[in-house]
Design a binder for this molecule. Sequence first.
Ligand SMILES: *Cc1c(COP(=O)(O)O)cnc(C)c1O
Length: 377
Amino acid sequence: MGRTSAEAATNIQTPLLDLKAQYSSIRDEVLAAVEEVLESQRCIGGPKVAELEEQIAAASNCKFALGVSSGTDAILNCLMGLGIGPGDEVITTPFTFFATAGGIVRLGARPVFVDIDPATYNIDPAGVEEAVTGRTKAILPVHLFGQMAEMDAIMAVAERHNLAVIEDAAQAITGTYKGRKAGSIGTAGCFSFFPSKNLGCAGDGGMIVTNDERFYSRIKAMRNHGAEPKYYHKLIGGNFRLDAIQAAILLVKLPHLDGWAEARRRNAAFYDEKFKDTPVRTPVVNPDCRSVYNQYVVGVADRNGLVTHLRENGVGCEIYYPLPLHLQECFSYLDYGTGDLPACERAAGEVLAIPVYPELTEQMREYVVATILGFYA
Ligand SMILES: *Cc1c(COP(=O)(O)O)cnc(C)c1O
């Protein structure tokens, strides 16, 4: 359409994420797994959910895992399991997806936002210590973009003040900190199987991992309205159950997860090298961490201009996250203002996620780099 063949050849459509590429590589197994569940008509819980729980527990070096309805419900179920409620405070990061803080406020508790480390975008442990009050019940760190937060320092604060720690590991399944798996360090860890996560299902799903047996039995009962046994309720929970079809699909995908993470790291290393000594600031990797790169997020000047340029040239990108949680309209009652958490506010103005998904081709990666560097040339 008016485009010369030379231009067409250089324009390589590169979405931020291409789930069809992944699906086409495992299609037959997925269809067979779904059919098996449908034939059994065991659609809630059952052997697929139990097997997935066992395998995710093992992959996370945790004793227990509990399949739940989403990452959002994983967080909510954990906070309910801790008995968080009105008058309580939970310390968390303002630079995350809404669900991190959503669970806190839904229980009537107060999220206390602490600024981030500008290098890693994860919560700053020094700020966590300063934010502790007599009402603090828990710390809710997020392992953003696939890289774990500074867990030693966070756990030290938690131990000094006798606080629970719930790891929001929605973006970091199998990521490590000093060789320890995401979700295995705090009281519990929360995963999301939203399709865009490293391990995604065909809808919504999530998982909680923990090494604490008493906590596990509480959240397990709460997953199903606190019923134990059926129709007898000692606790108030919700419907936080995971569908068997989702578990079956995830069981097909799980054996590929490490390979996919490796491919993401290869793509990240490629970008790291190509963007060296350019105006593009590459992600800072904490030497204690092995990131699983749910997102590859660069820091850039004139971000709006770059976004337009990328869209015009067929390169997918996304801003995670444009408005920090402490400045969200629904949290105006918390009385935060612009300037309160400057590192986070600065990050919100400069971050941009570019394609890093495992099936990216060499040509696509080259094209992404050339398109970005072309903008700054
Ligand atoms: C995706 C995500 C969640 C929520 O997971 P859902 O499965 O979409 O409910 C929570 N926290 C973070 C950091 C996430 O990225």
